[in-house]
Design a protein around this ligand. Sequence first.
Ligand code: PEP
Ligand code: MN
Length: 337
Amino acid sequence: MIIVLKPEATKKDAQEIIRRIAALGLKPLYMPGTERTVLGAIGDERVIGKLRIENHPLVERVSPVLTPYKLVSREIHPRDTVVRIGGVPLGGNYFAVIAGPCAVESPRQMHLTAQAVKRAGAKCLRGGAYKPRTSPYSFQGLGLEGLEILRDVAQRVQMPAVTEVVEVADVAAVERYASAFQVGARNMQNFRLLKALGQSRKPVILKRGMAATVDDLLLAAEYVLSEGNPNVILCERGIRTFETATRNTLDLNAIPHIKQHSHLPVIVDPSHGTGVRSYVMAMAKAAVACGADGLLVEVHHNPMEALSDGQQSLDPKEFVRLMRSIRPYVKLAGKRM
Ligand code: PEP
Ligand code: MN
């Protein structure tokens, strides 16, 4: 529920109402504005009714949040959220590219790739240590050794590291080694994992499940925010449709839709979205043009040798071209990178 206070309400009045909200076991929100203070009460609708807050003399107006998600909604939080990965801002007017290999394979592979993406202008380094593969016979990632390689290389090239966490038991280790968690498409509705990540304050890049609606994605993000971690970045990475020409169908409709309904930053992964190296650049440009706040791009120093997703990974030269080609689109979108 959104509670708009009258202009004469003081901070003390707002605090008194917040205490009443909290006393019922609801989550209070405090959003001071230049003319009016807006409060929120999040939780069980039946309990919210008991507040009878509309009768308070300093309350101007009360309106329900109609969307199933609350904390991620723009109704509650009208301004764009900027999330910082390490020192790198993403969201609002800040655009950032996260690039690196699908999987961490060796110190040499990570180092060569990291240097290349850094030189081309990527701001964060990606690399999976725990790989959720469709087949149990595919390369599963180096695990803890991969996290160590990622951290060492990221420190050397001075880039914040992003890596996937696949289970609750690994959250603490990934938190120690990386600047941001990635939650993969296959885990988007692993609610125990989302709740565990809600206990951290490190950013969570939440990838859309391949059969998830945008509302499912926003509700998954709500799990993280409702546990106390406001630093969520949504990622469109393509969904399964009847189309088989490409690995997935990159749903760029989702970008303006999410932007309209949520304040969270949203990035696009054109690598998994297409599955085809030669389509990545076109979809990267399209993603920026339709309002994405960043990109997640797979790059390998030698894609022919990649242990996973080589077919969609750019080589360093192709990545330089991608970075050059998106620059005018970033500028046109009124963002900085
Ligand atoms: C990845 O980023 O390498 C990955 C496994 O992505 P997704 O979870 O979107 O399939
Ligand atoms: Mn991959």
